[in-house]
Design a protein around this ligand. Structure first.
Ligand code: DI6
Ligand code: FE
Length: 405
């Protein structure tokens, strides 16, 4: 019977330690409980001072740590084929840009993706999604951008949506039509951008298949002026924008993204102080992708100290893609964030929870242990949250809870 002093809940996790990620730090709670009703958190905090819940099911966590379910806010999970052979060529000395200009790179994945059926795309992406889920991921962003025709981009986005219907995970989709110039548009990038803006974005928005629009603003991608046209078309359809910015050079994409109120600007190795300042003003999240930094053997570090000083929220993601980051581990991403970028444990954990939620515009829905949010939990067999960042290639996940179950 529910009374004000004995509120009912479906499930109660007790005898737990919590990293709520509420506030500035990790929001640590020693003797904590989490209560959920109808898939939502109704209480997360210290056991003392909590109401005496009447729970249908009460789970003894035996002192384990609970974090918010992990969020991968930048992936290209849906694609066909792999680029292991190109990896070998790079080991022999070829650069990413040389391979891209020789018709390899993104365009070779494009050809494989165009040739694949929607079911095949779902099938191959599920293997990667399952690897993320096995480490506690509960929300995953998935981009298009390897189809580069209207039909093939729609196919990719439908495959991405299907992932969220096949597994107990929240999927957010991003339209990345301006990822690479497809060969049939060689010599006419503005013509292709017209197609993206005038045909693809309205179609994708009309079909409800994208939650955001992204572009690759880079020498081997699209110029800032072309990117701005994509942003204008997205904004006209009411879709928020994000950007692959300053990964290999500084085209001032992050500042442009900030002007359009972008959810995030991603990569950012070549970001300058004007870009940092613009992001701080607009509240745009800096999504750092240490897997890509590592895999392409980049040596230019993103301006971490400046981002920190300016108070720009920092997220971390896998960038899971076949060319520059064939990575499906958010635990390793956290470790790389610490070892390669010298982020703190707090920054790493917040980077794959609360700040990753914000990079997807989901800050009211997920990313912290807080009443009202979806009950997405990762329960870990660790002695302290620092262990989540410290280990390499070891998975201490005890249980994953998605929407309360
Ligand atoms: N930046 C990246 O790191 C990926 N896309 C992008 O815009 C690379 C994608 C690929 O090489 O297939
Ligand atoms: Fe990417």
């Amino acid at each position: 019977m529910t009374t004000p002093n004995h509120p009912r809940c479906d499930r109660l996790w007790r005898n737990a330690r919590l990293a709520t990620c509420v506030g500035e730090g990790l929001g640590l709670v020693e003797d904590g409980i989490v209560a959920a009703c109808d898939g939502r958190i109704t209480y997360a905090g210290p056991a003392s001072g909590a109401p005496a819940f009447e729970a249908d099911e009460s789970i003894d966590c035996e002192g384990r740590w609970i974090t918010p379910g992990l969020i991968d806010c930048h992936t290209h999970l849906v694609h066909a084929g792999d680029r292991a052979r190109e990896f070998e060529m790079r080991l022999d000395g070829a650069t990413y840009e040389e391979i891209a200009r020789a018709g390899g790179g993104i365009r070779s994945t494009m050809a494989a993706t165009r040739a694949a059926s929607e079911a095949e795309l779902v099938g191959s992406a599920l293997r990667r999604l399952d690897a993320l889920i096995a480490e506690g991921a509960t929300t995953v962003e998935v981009k298009s951008g390897y189809g580069l025709t209207l039909d093939d981009e729609l196919k990719m986005l439908r495959a991405a949506r299907a992932l969220g219907e096949t597994r107990r995970v929240r999927v957010r989709t991003t339209f990345l039509g301006a990822h690479a110039l497809p060969p049939e548009w060689a010599g006419d990038p503005d013509g292709y951008v017209d197609l993206v803006c005038d045909t693809m974005i309205p179609a994708v928005a009309g079909a409800g298949l994208a939650d955001a629009v992204d572009a690759f603003c880079e020498g081997i991608g699209f110029t800032a002026a072309q990117t701005e046209r994509v942003f204008a078309a997205a904004t006209a359809q009411g879709l928020p924008v994000k950007l692959h910015a300053e990964q290999l050079s500084n085209l001032h994409g992050a500042a442009l993204a900030a002007r359009y109120g972008a959810l995030s600007a991603d990569h950012l190795e070549y970001l300058d102080s004007d870009g940092v300042a613009a992001m701080a003003v607009s509240g745009t999240v800096a999504t750092l992708l240490p897997g890509a930094y590592y895999f392409v053997r980049e040596t230019m570090l993103p301006p971490i100290a400046a981002l920190r000083e300016a108070g720009v929220p920092i997220a971390l993601a896998t960038d899971c893609n076949p060319g520059t980051s064939p990575l499906t581990s958010l635990l390793l991403v956290m470790n790389m964030g610490a070892t390669l970028f010298r982020l703190t444990v707090t920054e790493c954990v917040r980077g794959v929870t609360v700040n990753a939620a914000r990079a997807l515009g989901l800050q009211d829905e997920v990313g912290t242990l807080e009443a009202g949010k979806a009950c997405d939990l990762a329960i870990w067999d660790v002695g302290h949250p620092s262990e989540l960042v410290y280990r390499m290639g070891f998975n201490p996940l005890h249980a994953r809870i998605w929407s309360g179950l």
